[in-house]
Design a binder for this molecule. Structure first.
Ligand code: XIL
Length: 341
């Protein structure tokens, strides 16, 4: 059987990988394939590094979920893309600072205010960025993790589809400065990892992709650390944008990496042989586009099996978006990836 990471690396890419989630790790057949580095040389924690997982209630931090996935990746010799997603969460209490300091025990000082980044351990950071944004605080802190993460999605989904900025609590409170603050804090915390901004519906040319390019240009002009653009790639069978490859090249031409970070290609159920064949062709198109663009460093599936795909839970009546079916059997889509590489 062909091996997806082996093929990706032969094409000059850093990795082929997959998202995974902690509850899935109790399924031994699932884990056996997850650990197959010939297919997956990279893992992304689908949920357990997000803020609602790491601070389930105010001041109560739980990093075990993220730790578990990083440890598993280390054991396997796999790279990790971390999620550090500024969205949804508002913390108002300044008392929280004390609690953070207590939890980490390593924060040196809180400089400036009201917009400041906490000073992080200078050595290979066992701490991840903690960013203080006015009354909004976005925090991601992983104690005890190695600094071997390949990259961080520092900012997730900053744009609306028309290219305007999304009205998140971060944007409404700070304008776009939360983006620069978060990126700088991430760099201060981890000088090695590649720092990304990640979004969906930027797969093809259009206002949202143009807005992303504009943002990256502005960040570069302002000397804000930005290393990559993550293109999520939650696609629909038969609807891969025709400008996909050109758009990838457009974004890579800005001088940053691009990566397909959350690939799945869903369909309206029930699946038919025709739809599965189109899905195969669509996976091939996406992979071939990444292959053709030097700046595209890798592709990550948003999980590899239909058994654990987020799609049915998020899109009513849709599903079977992954290259392996719910019984862990390879689908035509798997062959599409093989052909694409
Ligand atoms: C999804 C997870 O897969 C689900 O388990 C969770 O319920 C919601 O989030 N874009 C992203 C990812 O950036 O973080 C999302 O992950 C999928 C869409």
């Amino acid at each position: 059987v062909a091996q997806l990471n082996t093929l990706a690396q032969a094409a000059g890419k850093k990795y082929f990988g997959t998202a995974t989630d902690n509850p899935e790790l109790s399924n031994t057949s699932y884990v056996a394939q997850l650990r197959n580095t010939a297919d997956f040389h990279q893992l992304t924690p689908a949920n357990s590094m997000k803020w609602d997982a790491t601070e389930p209630s105010r001041g109560i931090f739980t990093f075990q979920g993220g730790d578990q996935i990083v440890s598993l990746a280390e054991l396997n010799g796999q790279l990790v893309r971390g999620l550090y997603q500024a969205r949804f969460f508002l913390i108002k209490s300044l008392g929280w600072f004390t609690q953070v300091t207590t939890v980490s025990g390593t924060i040196n000082s809180l400089t400036g205010s009201p917009l400041a980044a906490l000073t992080m351990q200078p050595s290979c950071p066992l701490l991840k960025p903690i960013v203080v944004l006015s009354s909004v605080i976005t925090a991601e802190k992983f104690v005890g993790l190695p600094c071997t993460l390949l990259s961080w999605d520092v900012i997730n989904e900053p744009f609306n589809d028309d290219g305007t900025f999304r009205e998140s609590v971060f944007f409404s409170t700070t304008g776009t400065s939360y983006i620069t603050t978060a990126l700088r804090a991430a760099r201060a915390a981890d000088s090695q990892a590649k720092l990304y901004i990640n979004d969906f519906n930027i797969e093809g040319r259009g206002p949202k992709s143009t807005a992303m390019a504009q943002l990256v240009k502005q960040l570069q002009a302002d000397r804000v650390p930005i290393d990559g653009i993550g293109i999520q790639g939650h696609l629909i069978v038969g609807e891969v944008p025709p400008t996909f490859a050109q758009n990838l090249q457009d974004l890579a031409s800005l001088g940053v990496e691009v990566a397909i970070t959350e690939l799945d290609i869903r369909m309206t159920l029930p699946a038919t042989p025709e739809l599965l064949a189109q899905q195969k062709a669509d996976y091939e198109t996406v992979i071939a586009a990444c292959k053709a663009v030097d700046g595209c460093v890798g592709v990550t599936l948003w999980d590899w099996t239909d058994k654990f795909s987020w799609v049915p839970g998020a899109f009513a009546g849709e599903g079977v978006a992954c290259p392996w079916d719910e019984n862990f059997v390879r689908k035509p889509a798997f062959q599409g990836i093989v052909i694409g590489w």
